[in-house]
Design a protein around this ligand. Structure first.
Ligand SMILES: CC(C)(COP(=O)(O)OP(=O)(O)OC[C@H]1O[C@@H](n2cnc3c(N)ncnc32)[C@H](O)[C@@H]1OP(=O)(O)O)[C@@H](O)C(=O)NCCC(=O)NCCS
Length: 386
């Protein structure tokens, strides 16, 4: 018999272990600590594909042919422009504003200027997704260069997405320098690893927002705000801050033990779903070590190794993707406040793929709460209250 009353399910704090929807985008394998994007293993994608291919795969549900990839890259290059009004607006923002706050605000602004933003068809959502993929790096770099008084560089169609991003955020000249090329490849791998992760907090936030049938910009704005927190995307910046605060490998063990004794969380460790470790961490660790050797600078990597050893021994916790990524980004010279925005440059494709999927099979996301407040009270007129 159908019933008009909804049935309360058993409660799980933080929705831990609760399936909150269906997806064809990403499969998390808790047992083997691995994941797949649209069926392809993350290890294969990181090793063999460029980030642009991964972005195409997530948005269009298939790997591109060479022609499709070339067209996609060309479209990103064409879309790598910001309306003058946005640049002027970025110039008015406080110099000390956090880049994640700037990005959240700027993405909301971009929505005001996009004629597609009132539409929810797959085609309109894909056009907006591609624009955001192209414009987000530009917003981050423009705001950063305005704040630091350095001149903006042009997007070069002959370079990859990661090479352009590295040139945007650092002083590396990627087309002239082999070390910079190697760095850009590691950045590319980190973008692939960051691109998608099922119903993580920011993606879920985007899906909840999209499920009201609002526009894609609103969903992405909500997701950026969610990613910013240190328990989620903000962890990569916090990890680098910890490495810098520790300063040298010989101080790392004492630093971590003291922090643990004070019941502090060590950023870059633990995961809500991947309790047995995270294959993405293994992949980026290998790259961080290679890059450290290439740069002749193992300080950050050696600090990381000590913390990793202590955390496994003392708490049985393995590093997550943010941990060794911070080593690589420190070596690249990316300003620390831009680490989480770099995460956005990649995760934007995951968010957009989920918004499209949500709206194509929509059911409003509206769970229930267990009421724990006061028992029923009798209303007392204003003048009779004590
Ligand atoms: C990611 C995270 C929020 C997952 O949390 P969770 O699933 O809610 O796990 P819990 O909070 O239930 O943690 C279980 C236990 O491990 C401890 N723990 C988890 N992560 C820890 C960390 N990074 N440092 C120290 N202890 C940690 C908790 O204190 C808790 O211990 P207790 O049972 O003695 O209280 C958590 O691991 C964390 O805060 N990590 C640091 C931030 C981070 O790196 N975020 C990026 C995630 S990809």
């Amino acid at each position: 018999m159908p019933t008009t009353e909804s049935v309360m399910q058993p409660y799980s704090p933080g929705l831990e272990g609760v399936p909150a929807g269906e997806t064809t985008i990403c499969q998390v394998d808790e047992e083997r600590a691995g994941l797949r994007y649209r069926g392809y293993s993350i290890g294969d994608l990181a090793e063999k594909a460029r980030f642009e291919e991964v972005a195409y795969l997530l948005l269009f549900s298939k790997l591109p042919t060479r022609k499709e990839l070339d067209d996609f890259a060309a479209e990103l290059a064409v879309r790598s422009v910001l309306p003058d009004r946005i640049v002027a607006f970025l110039a008015t923002l406080p110099r000390d504003a956090h880049p994640m706050d700037v990005l959240r605000t700027a993405v909301s602004w971009l929505g005001l200027l996009d004629s597609d933003s009132g539409h929810r068809s797959r085609e309109a959502n894909l056009r907006m997704s591609i624009r955001l993929l192209a414009q987000i790096p530009l917003v981050i770099a423009t705001a950063h260069r305005l704040a630091t008084g350095t001149e903006m560089v042009q997007w070069q169609p002959a370079l990859s997405f990661a090479e352009n991003l590295l040139a945007y955020l650092t002083s590396w000249k990627v087309d002239e320098n082999e070390k910079a090329k190697a760095m850009a490849r590691v950045l590319d791998i980190s973008l692939t690893l960051y691109a998608e992760h099922e119903f993580n907090a920011s993606t879920f936030s985007a899906r909840v927002t999209a499920s009201t049938l609002t526009d894609l910009y609103s969903a992405v704005t909500a997701a950026i705000g969610t990613l910013k927190g240190p328990l989620h995307g903000g962890a990569n910046e916090a990890v680098a801050e910890m490495f810098v605060a520790i300063g040298s490998p010989d101080r790392a063990e004492a630093w971590v033990r003291e922090a643990l004794a004070e019941k502090k969380r060590i950023m870059g460790f633990g995961h809500r779903v991947l309790k047995r470790g995270d294959v993405r961490s293994d992949l980026i660790q290998r790259e961080a070590e290679r890059l450290s050797d290439l740069c002749g600078d193992r300080r950050w990597y050696d600090i990381a190794l000590v913390i990793d050893r202590v955390m496994r021994r003392e708490r049985g916790l393995a590093p997550n993707l943010d941990f060794y990524t911070a080593v690589a980004y420190l070596l690249m010279g990316i300003p620390r406040a831009l680490y989480t925005p770099v995460f956005v440059c990649s995760r934007i494709v995951g968010w957009c793929a989920h918004v499209i999927e949500q709206q194509e099979h929509n059911r409003l996301i509206r769970p229930r709460a267990l009421y724990k407040g006061p028992a029923p009270e009798v209303y007392v007129a204003l003048d009779d209250r004590r």
